[in-house]
Each structure stands twice: as C-alpha cells, then as structure tokens.
Design a binder for this molecule. Structure first.
Ligand SMILES: *Cc1c(COP(=O)(O)O)cnc(C)c1O
Length: 411
C-alpha cells in the first residue's frame, strides 16, 4: 500500500483530499471526477505502450487497449455527433499544438481570442509556442465584454489567417459559431472551436454546439465534462488523417491508456439524464451567483453569464486586485483564480479581476439557495480583508457549510 511504501506522498494526498472536502471550489476549470473515473485512471493500463492507433500499433499486446480506445472514440462520436475523434492528446495544450502542427508551417498565421479578453494561451499568446512559432493575431471583446464579430471579420480580412480559433477560458457569453463559420469562409481559413470549458454543457444541450460549423473541435476532458485530465480532437473526415498524424507521431509518443479508459467512462456518464440535470444546474447556479454578487454591488464583466463562469472586476467592485482577492478568499477556504479582465491595464500576475465558476460546487450538489450563502461568504471576507479573526470565523462557517455536500470520488 502507498501508505507503507511512501508515507510522505500518502500524507500529502490525504491533506489535499481534506482541502478539497473542506473548501468551496470556484475555479471554473476544475471539477470532481467520480469513483469510476478514478478507478480507471488508477489502473494497470498505465503499464502499456501503444504507439499508433487501434489496429495499427507499433508494439504487440494491444488487443484490449484497442478495444478501450475504440469505445472511447465511439462514445465521443455519438455524444458530440462528429465524424472523427482522436482521444490521445495528453491534455488541452498539446491538442491545440497538434492542430497548429497539422495545418500550419512555422511563421504561418493563426488567429484567436486575446488572453486578456478570455482566450487561451494556446490560441496564439506570445509566450506560448502558438505565438512564438506562428504569426499570431488576436481579437478582443468590446467595452461591454462581448465579442465584436465585425472586428473579428476585419482582422481576418486584413491578416488572412490559415486557422481561426473560437473558444475561451474566461468568456461568460454564448459564442456565435455560425458567424465564425462565415468569417472563416470569407478568408478561406480552417475554423477550430476549442470547447475545453463548455464541452459538458454542450453534451447536455446547455450551450450551443460548434459541431455543425467548425472544421475541427478540440476539448479538454477534465473541466465541465468531468473526466480525467486529457483531451480530444474531433473533426470532419477530410481533416482526420492530418490530425491523427499531428498527434502521433507529430507531437506525441505513446498514448496514456489509463486516461483513455477514464475518458471512456466519463463519456458514458456524460450521456446520462443525471449529467443533463447536473449541467443545467451548473448554469442556473452561475446565473444565481452572478445575480447575488451584483446585488451586493459587484461588477461582473458583461453584466452576467450564459454559461458556467463569470469574471468579476474586483478593482471596480472592491478596489482590490485579483491577486489580493484570491489570496484573501483562500484564507477562508474559498478557492478561485485571479484573472485579467477585458482590456486590463494591469499585468496577468496581478490583474484586475477574478474568475468564478460553478462546475465543481454543482458536482457536490449545491443549488441556487447555496449561491446566496457563497456570495455572503465572499462579500464578508472582502469587506473585512484586514480583519483576520473575522476571516478565521468565516473559514469555520465555510467548513461547516461544505460538510453538507459530499465530494464525488472522495466521500
Ligand atoms: C484549459 C484549456 C486548455 C488547455 O488545457 P490544459 O489541459 O490545461 O493543457 C486549452 N484551451 C482552453 C480554451 C482551455 O480552457
């Protein structure tokens, strides 16, 4: 047993487990996986090398691995209604790199949403390989926090990118996939939708699917989809070969078979009525939490949310930076991340806001009435940021509050 062989690591896992139970998890990209997903992830499948694809492996002994990968692929095809799926990317960033590798040569143009507007590093941010090896152009959001499709179109016409990325890590509104399709067609670009944050909502019908419009769809599997840390690339038939080659041998070696199995399990769970209800509640909770914060005088970028997350401009709301807010809330067992707000004048390591998401707390069974309580906890801490004894008291209340909500996979 781990406890006997490596007590140090065992103890740290126990502590982390306790932290996850006793805190309110508001990081929008996090979630709690089920026991079934954990079991697949912690299995002996990690022992096996399987470079290549089902039926075409470089090593022998892949009879069962082939079946596992085929099941994961079939489930993804059915859930997302796509032609082709690659389940091997190690995570979201390598998946997005593989897409760049599949269609671009170094120096070619790629276009995505700016990081400070809610885009992801891998959509062309300067310090990422996507912005270093490729010539990247980025679009932002308007002063109300919405994507301005005329601006996107104008940039696309000016720069003629080969790839256009639509998708986000911190945008609380609906993306008009159809409009992106039109823009991509006007400049003859490949349209890539990155649904890392909303894949679970899409499966449940709570967010529009880009599948009818995008050529390529990438997603992580560990956010709203509630699977293991991993990713998938889905695409139309004509792009399948280029995508598969870019993943292996283009940018990866052997697939993580234990992860593939856990993805298959998560996809099975995502097809249930229970998951549909869960996803619906994620959105209801986000809307309720944003309303409660607005009532207390907080400034939410774009005035609310249509999905599972919101951005709070903490400078405008309480004259505290995102870093100060996230540090203070951590003292009360409330975790969230500092985040830039659109057109942020501050730097990413000390930005003007925080991002708040409801996927994890909803997995614990929290409902709208619990959002009132969470808004109260947040506001009390931030109004009393210098008052350590009061923050300590709120921490106690947070611990009591979380006892009512078991963590899937833990208790
Ligand atoms: C989280 C995320 C990724 C990257 O996923 P990692 O697994 O952290 O590499 C890519 N794109 C978007 C939009 C994301 O939100």
């Amino acid at each position: 047993m781990l406890q006997d062989i490596d007590n140090q690591i065992y103890n740290l896992i126990q502590k982390e487990s306790k932290r996850q139970i006793e805190g309110i998890e508001l990081i929008a990209s996090e979630n709690y996986v089920s026991k079934a997903v954990l079991e697949a992830m912690g299995s002996i499948l990690t022992n096996k090398y399987s470079e290549g694809y089902s039926g075409k492996r470089y090593y022998r002994g892949n009879e069962y691995i082939d079946q596992i990968e085929d099941i994961a692929i079939e489930r993804a095809k059915e859930l997302f209604k796509v032609d082709h799926v690659n389940v091997q990317p190690y995570s979201g960033s390598p998946a997005n790199f593989a897409v760049h590798l599949a269609f671009l040569n170094p120096g070619d143009k790629t276009m995505g949403m700016a990081l400070d507007a809610g885009g992801h590093l891998t959509h062309g941010f300067k310090v990422s390989v996507s912005g270093k090896y490729f010539d990247s152009v980025s679009y932002g959001v308007d002063e109300n926090g919405y994507i301005n499709y005329d601006e996107v179109r104008k940039l696309a016409l000016d720069h003629k990118p080969k790839l256009i990325w639509a998708g986000f890590s911190a945008y609380s509104r609906i993306i008009d996939w159809k409009e992106f399709r039109k823009i991509a067609d006007e400049v003859n670009a490949i349209l890539v939708a990155d649904i890392a944050h909303v894949a679970g909502l899409i499966v449940a019908g709570e967010y529009p699917s880009p599948v009818p419009y995008a050529d390529i769809v990438t997603t992580t599997t560990h956010k709203t989809l509630r699977g293991p840390r991993g990713a998938m690339i889905m695409c139309r038939k004509p792009y399948a070969e280029a995508i598969d080659k870019a993943v292996f041998p283009g940018s990866q070696g052997g697939p993580h078979n234990h992860t593939t199995a856990a993805i298959a399990v998560a996809l099975k769970e995502a097809g249930t009525e229970e998951f549909k209800q869960y996803s619906k509640q994620v959105v209801l909770n986000a809307k309720k939490l944003s309303e409660e914060l607005i009532k207390k005088g907080y400034y939410i970028v774009s005035g609310g949310t249509d999905n599972h997350l919101m951005l709070v401009d903490t400078i405008k709301s309480v004259k505290l930076s995102g870093k100060e807010v996230s540090n203070a809330l951590e003292k009360a067992n409330i975790t969230l991340n500092k985040n830039t707000v659109p057109n942020d004048s501050r730097k990413p390591w000390d930005p003007s806001g925080v991002r708040i998401g409801t996927p994890a707390i909803t997995s614990r069974g929290m409902k709208e009435s619990d959002m009132e309580k969470i808004a109260y906890f947040i506001n009390t801490v931030l109004e009393n940021i210098e008052n350590n004894s009061l923050i300590e008291k709120i921490k106690g209340e947070v611990k009591d509050f979380t006892k009512r909500f078991p963590v899937p996979g833990i208790n």
